[in-house]
Write a protein that binds this ligand. Structure first.
Ligand SMILES: Cc1ncc(COP(=O)(O)O)c(C=O)c1O
Length: 386
């Protein structure tokens, strides 16, 4: 029930990791799984019905993105979209400009490509996680074949100046790709207003299912297929379409478009309530990022002197899901590359937590989290203190 926290009820504040599926989406997908088992490539009625569903979802996704349906190729998520783009566009000897705050689905393929002779310039963010236009302009050379810049950062929510960067790339004649996975459905990503050449998106970040996404290419001829097979997606992506997932993605996009501005406003209010509450109840906290250029749903906070992974576990026991600014790899704690690129020390990054709100979160839940932090942060600090 809204406004009350029932015993055993979880509070999910990790919408940047994944969003709970919207009930209408789950409903629509179940109907497809149950009734529409046809293969979209089949020529008889069952196939035609599945094809019609895929094409209507393509129109829904295109509409949210301000793109033409023919520019959308469905993928198995944003990781595949990013790999398709980077491996499709870059060859040994090419130069690419990117940032030091990309998601691993961009930074890891670029490391691999670097090993094969692609030259990579990584523009560093400022202390608030923002990429400067001048730094991008300075990094572009006559050999630059691509600029790839994340639209909104998954850890801090920092919004990059994609509109200005797209204008810069147009003037310099260099194609621009943006990994807009965190931005799509959370803020406006209308390609009629911000003309990027390639864009990646993923359904599970906006109330849709996992394992489906899209790559927008304004010119399909400029980007060959990555997966070769039966010629699906007009020869642009082999493999039988994930019809139920695509239908769910389409509907999630339609829902996002319907109430985008209202959701941005309500998420912003919840996020700000959380930040004010944290500041009032907990000492030595800092917002990681630029409050004027950030996704409305995201708050990344450094709790000085705290082991973030311990606080995450303690909150989990209390029924709250959030993310830490450090990940455990093979038994050792690795600080966030995004926060360290912003100049945070490994200890500062370790003490940082990401809170990301979305549909289903209400004020009572936020207040409960504030009260828990007021109690738990000093406790975790005292354990940590030498
Ligand atoms: C910015 C960004 N890009 C790409 C991805 C990868 O998306 P997917 O899970 O659809 O492969 C994520 C997921 O966390 C992300 O946040």
């Amino acid at each position: 029930m809204e406004g009350e926290i029932e015993d055993g009820m979880r509070i999910y504040l990790d919408h940047n990791a994944t969003t709970p599926i919207r009930p209408e989406v789950a409903e629509a997908m179940s109907a497809v799984l149950r009734d529409d088992y046809g293969n979209p490539s089949s020529v008889y009625a069952e196939g035609a019905a599945a094809r019609a569903r895929v094409e209507s979802a393509r129109a829904q996704v295109a509409s949210l993105l301000g793109a033409e349906p023919s520019e959308i190729r469905f993928t198995g998520g944003a990781t595949e979209a990013n790999n398709t783009l980077l491996f499709g566009r870059l060859a040994p000897g090419d130069h690419v400009v990117t940032t030091a705050v990309e998601h691993p689905s961009v930074s890891e393929p670029l490391c691999l490509l670097e090993g094969r002779g692609v030259r990579v310039s990584r523009v560093a963010p400022d202390a608030d996680g923002c990429i400067g236009l001048d730094a991008v302009a300075d990094a572009i050379t006559d050999q630059t074949k691509l600029v790839s810049i994340i639209w909104a950062n998954n850890e801090t929510g920092s919004l990059q100046p994609i509109e200005e960067i797209s204008e810069l790339c147009r003037v310099r004649g260099v194609p621009l790709h943006s990994d807009a996975t965190q931005a799509v459905g959370k803020t406006a990503t209308d390609l009629t207003l911000v003309p990027v050449d390639f864009l990646s998106s993923s359904a599970h970040k906006l109330g849709g299912p996992k394992g489906v996404g899209a790559l927008v290419a304004r010119d399909n001829a400029a980007l060959p297929a990555f997966l070769h097979g039966g010629g699906q997606e007009r020869g642009l992506r082999g493999g039988t379409e994930n019809v139920a997932g695509i239908v769910g993605y389409g509907l999630a996009c339609e829902l996002a478009l319907t109430d985008l501005a209202a959701r941005e406003e309500s998420c912003g209010k919840l996020r700000d309530r959380l930040w004010v509450g944290i500041q009032n109840c907990v000492d030595d906290v800092r917002w990681n990022g630029d409050r004027a250029r950030v996704l409305a749903n995201t708050l990344n906070v450094e709790f000085a002197g705290v082991a973030g992974e311990v606080l995450v576990q303690t909150l989990d026991i209390e029924g709250v899901a959030v993310s830490a600014g450090a990940a455990c790899h093979s038994g050792s704690i690795e600080p966030s590359k995004v926060l360290t690129a912003m100049g945070r020390t490994p200890e500062e990054a370790r003490g940082s937590l990401r809170f990301s709100v979305g549909w289903g979160v209400d004020e009572a839940q936020i207040d409960r989290v504030i009260a828990l932090l007021a109690e738990l942060v000093p406790r975790v600090r005292s354990v940590e203190a030498p």
